[in-house]
Write a protein that binds this ligand. Structure first.
Ligand code: FMN
Length: 177
């Protein structure tokens, strides 16, 4: 038997999503953090990723106007801090202060890295597409860095990084087969 889903439950039939924490800055270099499930790598050469951001989010206009963002990858140890960044708005909250996370100078863009995250993709916005009620920002990766203890033979070691997977704000990490 298959349960037929109503429109408001369609997403339940899709896979889990990753969780990323995207940093941006305003015109005065004040940084913000937004938690996103809508993240996907989209091109290898040039290296590009997409993020889906609702125009209702404070981060939306920062990313659009400043043209830069950083995709920070959190481990499951950051679940509580990540959730705070997904329920509070930078309009009225300094999320670095509220979460206790540490901003770190990026190599090539103005938004800071989140030091506690294991991986960082520094992106310049090269395209924007409105998709229904979200905007897809296409970011070209201009620099990347990763905690060296999460690398094994030059590749991401999932057992060390312990990335977050989520559905309906239910957070898990992965186990090997
Ligand atoms: C697990 C999780 C995933 C989320 N995914 C998205 C997303 O993909 N796109 C989006 O626009 N908002 C998403 N949100 C909501 C924003 O993170 C939230 O509205 C945030 O408070 C906006 O912050 P800002 O106003 O400072 O930009 C998500 C929230 C959580 C907790």
């Amino acid at each position: 038997m298959k349960a037929i889903l109503p429109k408001e439950r369609y997403s339940q039939a899709g896979p889990i999503s990753p969780v990323v924490m995207v940093t941006s800055v305003d015109a005065n270099m004040r940084p913000n953090i937004i938690t996103l499930g809508m993240y996907m790598p989209i091109s290898h050469d040039p290296p590009q990723v997409i993020i889906g951001v609702s125009p209702r989010r404070y981060s939306h206009d920062l990313i659009r106007d400043q043209g830069e963002f950083v995709v920070n990858s959190p481990g499951i140890n950051l679940a509580k801090k990540m959730h705070i960044c997904g329920v509070k708005s930078g309009r009225d909250t300094d999320k670095f202060r509220e979460s206790g996370l540490t901003p770190k100078l990026a190599q090539k863009v103005r938004p800071p890295l989140i030091d506690e995250c294991y991986g960082h993709l520094e992106c310049e916005v090269v395209n924007m597409v409105t998709c229904g009620d979200h905007t897809l920002f296409v970011g070209e990766i201009v620099a990347a860095s990763i905690d060296d203890d999460c690398l094994k033979e030059g590749k991401l070691n999932l057992s060390a990084a312990r990335p977050i997977a989520q559905k309906n704000w239910d957070y898990h990490t992965l186990s090997d087969l």
